[in-house]
Design a protein around this ligand. Structure first.
Ligand code: DAH
Length: 361
């Protein structure tokens, strides 16, 4: 191992050399250096490396052992004793260090992987109803208590139900490619829940009362107040002598239920081909009480509920005699109402699926 030093030729150096390569010296050095390095070992891997280096088959102890043959019996005995004692001392030191490291490693692992087995299990987190669903169910409860049936209609509709049977002429702008999603087979995604009126009239026949909540679609440029997909709740009552007074009664009942207080309403004329007369029902602004604020655009009123008396053509187109029967209808913007109720200022939140938003309801 120290052959390179055998070239040194000064007597002093030679003596030093002799000492430097003498097995006693090498062993003592090895013992001390190894014990010192052992003290700073911090992992089992490092420990194993050091062990192989010091005690392994290519290590100094094995090397010295190989040179035994050249020694006299006395030298052999003396060196053998020394060799064994160093070897045993080191092996013991390694064993002790190993068991200490193993203990430390275990303690560290226990600390890292500690779990509190007394904690209650997390379990399945229950979901909650979407605010639109909550309001829809509230309104369904109210209307069923007033004798209304809850009807469902398809989201993919025929042109007849969505437009023609509602007295919407072919020239009506709502049929335009710009705000209707047409399917290639001539069907369309319903642009409102009003087609369910037609289904109700034809299925139930007069007299009847029905509501129809559901999803509707328009080809909108999406922004804070426009969505391509939103919710409406349609209502219709057909009976003898149904008048605007009946309409107002039901609308006021609906609104006080939703807002949990009496609301002041007003009717303005509004045009919809399937009602005559048609109205926009406004409520007095609930934020400012009618004195004017940003929510009502300083008018004191908020437009909420288009409605009217069913147009005789609409009744006729579904085989109901307008001389005998009359009715009212309304189309509540469910999405809009939810936004009003909770003060949500961006419609996109409602379909965004963000749990931080949804968990609030
Ligand atoms: N369907 C209309 C729309 O989506 C809303 C509507 C207006 C429905 C008047 C009605 C009604 O039932 O009477 O714009």
């Amino acid at each position: 191992m120290q052959e390179s030093q055998s070239k040194v030729d000064s007597p002093a150096a030679e003596a030093a050399n002799e000492r430097g390569t003498s097995p006693d010296f090498v062993l003592e050095n090895l013992r001390r250096a190894t014990l010192m390095r052992l003290a700073s070992v911090t992992s089992l891997e490092e420990l194993e490396e050091l062990r192989v280096e010091a005690l392994g088959r290519k290590g100094p102890i094995a090397q010295i052992g190989k040179e035994f043959g050249k020694l006299t019996p006395e030298q052999k005995a003396a060196l053998g004793k020394l060799l064994n004692s160093v070897k045993q001392e080191l092996e013991r030191a390694f064993r002790e260090k190993k068991s200490r490291l193993e203990k430390e490693e275990l303690a560290e692992r226990l600390r890292r992987e500690w779990i509190d087995v007394t904690l209650p299990a997390r379990g399945v987190r229950p979901g909650s109803l979407h605010p639109v669903t909550q309001l829809q169910w509230e309104i369904e409860d109210l209307f069923t208590s007033l004798g209304f049936a809850v009807l469902d209609g398809p989201e993919v509709e025929t042109e007849e139900y969505n437009f023609d049977a509602l007295n919407i002429p072919p020239s009506h702008p709502a049929r335009d490619m710009q705000d209707t999603f047409w399917l290639s087979d001539g069907h369309l995604l319903r642009t409102h829940t009003s087609p369910v009126q037609v289904r109700g009239m034809r299925r139930l026949g007069p007299p009847f009362r029905m509501i129809a909540p559901g999803r509707v679609f328009r080809n909108e440029e999406v922004d804070a107040s426009h969505e391509h997909t939103f919710y409406q709740l349609e209502g219709m009552m057909v009976d003898r002598n149904v008048s605007v007074a009946n309409l107002i009664y039901f609308m006021k009942t609906l609104l006080s239920e939703i807002f949990h207080r009496d609301v002041t309403v007003r009717l303005r004329p509004g045009f919809f081909p399937f009602v005559e007369p048609g109205f926009e029902l406004d409520i007095q602004c609930l934020i400012c009480g009618g004195s004017g604020c940003p929510v009502c655009k300083h008018s004191g009123w908020v437009e909420l509920l288009p409605c009217g008396l069913v147009h005789p053509n609409v009744l006729r187109l579904s085989n109901i005699d307008p001389d005998e029967w009359s009715g009212f209808a309304f189309g509540l913007g469910l999405t809009r109402l939810v936004m009003m109720r909770y003060g949500i200022d961006d419609i996109r939140q409602l379909q965004g699926g963000d749990l931080r938003f949804l968990n609030q309801f």
